[in-house]
Write a protein that binds this ligand. Sequence first.
Ligand code: ZN
Length: 445
Amino acid sequence: MLNVNGQDRAIAQLQRALHAGRLASTWMFAGPAGVGKFTLAVELARTVLCDRPVQRKNGASGNGGAHLPAVKHLPEDFALTLACGECESCRAIAAGAAGGGGGNHPDLHIITKELIRFHDASGKSKGTTMSIHVIRGEITGDPGENKEAKIAKRAFRGRGKFFIIDEADLMELAAQNTLLKSLEEPPPDTYMVLITASPQDLLSTIRSRSQLVEFGELPDEVIMRQLAEGGAEGLPKEDAALMARLARGSMGRALRWTHDLKVIEKKNADAAVRAEKKAARAEAAGERSDEEAATEKFTPGGILAWTRALGRVLDALVAGRANASEVAEAIAEYAAEYSALQLERDKLASADRAKRDGIQILMGIVAEWFADRLRRGLGTPRGADGKGGGGGALPGMTGALDYALVPQLIAAARDAEWQIDMNANDKILLAATTTKWEKLLRESA
Ligand SMILES: [Zn+2]
């Protein structure tokens, strides 16, 4: 449980409940995506299901070679309850966690978006919402379809059973109502953790029956440290700082994007090998090697490259060396590359949705870039206020900018972020937004 970084408040809340022996049957872990909610839910299950949980004083460091820092918000002499990490139960969960869940433990049920297609008899599910079939199939049962109620069964290993619903807000209304009935009368020793980034999308009756644990954004330092760790595998410090900055407090986002960089490297290396072989074959056959081979390259540059390139284009726009359509083209190009990467990761993802996500992320970067300009202009770079930890400044800043314009420039970017979610036409939106930036900048000049 202590391996979840930067969420001491949530850990302290769970530790107090464990210590008092009053673990609520239904929990809601709410907070932004990728800050450790799922990991901590699995850790809670591991602790409760452990055959031989251990007690350790919060202030005691170096116990068993583990130099873990004390949990803030808890006294030094507080007795932490931790999973032993060695019993059959702990090992089963660890083995499952390696595969992205806790699938190897008979009393740990993890319900994720990936199960949507499994329970969709029509096979037409787009995988964007969780229907009643998923909840019946995985939790409450369905006599009509001969599916047992997993929630009503006795715990296999006798220590209780855990249900973790990831992205619980994806549950359709009927699914939520079915679940609600189970929450009203939970079977003994049954625990449920609902994980969500938007608790307002869950029924108020579900919310009121859940014990809320709030998760905040992670500080840049926590993300940076993890990204830079791992020697040769880790990111260079400058890249880690920029990545942490772009991830906006989400370790999940930072790790996904860092993984993307590895995918890009591998794809490009593979393409280079193929091109070389092709050239060798062509030469052996007495043909002139053509330039076609070069087009086989997997082009996406990745978030760090896009951010740096976008910084240069924006700087050119501010300095009058680039016009609106060049900026729009750059954003469209990087959004398309982002989309290609998403489809690489999830073959079932929607290309249009992925492109929109890409535009949203890039608009967020633009807003941050303008904000950075303003902070620098005011002599209060990020980190000077003790927040953000410094570092990770967005690159490409030379042209003179009228700082009075910055709020309007940022507002246009934020408006585009919002409109792209409302299914606005992306080409028109990009043209309109970049033209607005250009107009603001030129009118002031
Ligand atoms: Zn154990």
